[in-house]
Design a binder for this molecule. Structure first.
Ligand code: FUB
Length: 492
């Protein structure tokens, strides 16, 4: 147990902690992002942080539930527990060639730039958007997708040089295959040690997995796509290299639900794949629906990010289609055996260690949290990249995991807030949303949403490492109470 540093004068509170710890165990802190529904996470380590780029599942009021994804959400962490919400870093409207959806991203870094590949199988294929920063904004300024159905090798052709059609007449994989044809989407890009880049993609049928080389400029293909040996392939191609071997993983055997994440391995990036195995079974709280993953290193350890339907469950979504289409991202450790096989991942709810504690005595961004219940985040103002927590209502809260109160604890809590009416307060609690109350900050009017003030209150000092809950209170009506930019404590 990570708690430490409890002083003897706090013994009367230990019982309270005992009960709130039980609460904590029952409501463990996975999945890792609650603000919005997210899926298909693609991980990349950069400058000491892990960035996850995710599809953003939305409900379309005109069309209902479906994979309506108009932008890509980015979150990042440096401790594996508390995640910073960077918001939507790429929008379909910023695709010059006219992508309407942004599905299942993959981000790689080259020549000091970040390349975000995304799919829109209905509008043309796989595009690439570029940014100087991991957190965007990303722009796709090409007037065509990087890979589409007309890219050599994507569709299979018969002896008369006509694209082979499936039984519905859609050019796709083999005649008589499923009804969908080739899904030219779900890109994953690897830059090999010799500098050659490869893209792995495709979907809808075992014959539809593809690999194609990319030129050094990362926006053009080089040669024709080829079809690797990927038994049971359905979608969600991913490639990682470990000890000189190439592991091509994908969502497989979808038609015999529940789909697993499976893999094949080779000594070469484009051929020779064999020795199939299972990376990740269909996870809990997923109802056997689709899954999509990425495998990456962070601070020298291997991880797998994937999705399930846990947040839809926690939000008590009743509609079966909401639970199918409203997904939420998860993360777990991944281990390679000495013989080169992958140890099948056991999905956990709270299986990762926090890599470093939060320092409460420095400025902490409000949008960095282990859990955001009821709230959302937004840019502070137009043209700014500083994000704030908004959409705060009575009973909402943010949880910050593993806050280390040294020097016997803190004496004051401060937060930078804006509120036109001043009709709320922040309860500062430890170890649970109903856990020990150590102080309350009344939120007075700051004069408007664009008027920010740092407000301070005194709190009961308590040394040790705790999960901090900032619980928002106010009149229980639908009006937004206040917004929060950052918070800090002062040592006693
Ligand atoms: O997110 C939309 C689609 O669902 C992805 O492209 C697939 O891999 C599946 O996760």
């Amino acid at each position: 147990m990570k708690r430490n540093g409890l002083c003897s004068r706090h013994i009367p509170w230990i019982l309270l902690f005992f009960f709130s710890c039980i609460h904590h165990t029952l409501y463990a802190d996975y999945p890792l992002f609650w603000q919005r529904y997210t899926a298909d996470p693609s991980g990349i380590e950069y400058n000491g942080r892990l960035y996850l780029f995710c599809s953003h599942d939305t409900y379309d009021p005109n069309r209902g539930y479906g994979y309506f994804m108009n932008d890509i959400t980015c979150i990042s962490t440096d401790d594996m527990k508390n995640w910073t919400d960077h918001g939507e870093v790429f929008h379909a409207k910023d695709s010059k060639w006219g992508a309407k959806m942004t599905w299942a991203p993959c981000v790689v870094r080259r020549h000091g730039k970040f390349y975000l590949y995304y799919g829109d199988a209905n509008s043309g294929g796989i595009g690439v958007a570029v940014s100087d920063q991991p957190t965007g904004p990303y722009i796709d300024s090409q007037d065509h997708p990087v890979v589409g159905l007309s890219t050599p090798g994507v569709l299979l052709y018969d002896e008369n040089h006509q694209p082979i059609k499936n039984r519905k007449g859609v050019p796709g994989s083999i005649a008589g295959s499923e009804n969908w044809g080739m899904w030219c989407f779900d890109p994953c890009v690897l830059i090999d040690d010799d500098g050659q880049a490869y893209m792995y993609f495709g979907g809808a049928h075992p014959d539809n997995s593809r690999i194609i080389k990319l030129k050094e400029n990362m926006v053009e293909t080089d040669g024709a796509a080829i079809k690797p040996n990927t038994p049971g392939f359905f979608e969600a191609s991913f490639i990682h290299k470990y000890n000189g071997k190439y592991y091509l993983s994908y969502a497989g055997h979808y038609f015999n639900k529940p789909a697993n994440i499976e893999y094949v391995v080779s000594d070469k990036p484009m051929e020779g794949f064999g020795n199939p195995g299972v990376v990740l079974p269909n996870p809990p709280a997923n109802d056997g629906y689709n899954n999509h993953h990425s495998i990456f290193q962070f601070k020298g350890e291997w991880y797998i990010a994937y999705h399930n339907r846990e947040v839809a469950y926690e939000n008590n979504e009743q509609d079966r289609r909401a639970r199918e289409y409203m997904r939420s991202v998860c993360i777990d450790r991944l281990f390679h055996h000495e013989d080169g096989t992958i140890q099948t991942v056991e999905p956990t709810r709270d299986g990762l260690k926090q890599l470093k504690y939060i320092n409460p005595y420095e400025r902490n961004e409000a949008e960095t949290m282990a859990k955001g219940f009821g709230i959302n985040t937004a840019f502070k103002e137009k043209g700014s990249y500083n994000r704030i927590v908004n959409s705060i209502h009575d009973g909402d809260y943010v949880k910050i995991c593993g806050v280390q109160f040294t020097h016997g604890g803190a004496s004051k809590f401060s937060a930078t807030l804006s509120s036109p009416k001043g009709n709320g307060r922040i309860e500062i609690r430890l170890e649970g949303a109903n856990g020990l109350l150590i102080g309350t900050l009344p939120v007075s009017s700051t004069g408007g949403w664009d008027q920010w003030q740092t407000l301070t209150t005194t709190i009961k000092p308590l040394g040790g490492v705790f999960d901090l809950y900032l619980v928002f209170r106010g009149e229980p009506h639908p009006e937004e109470l206040f917004r929060m930019d950052d918070w800090t404590f002062s040592p006693s």
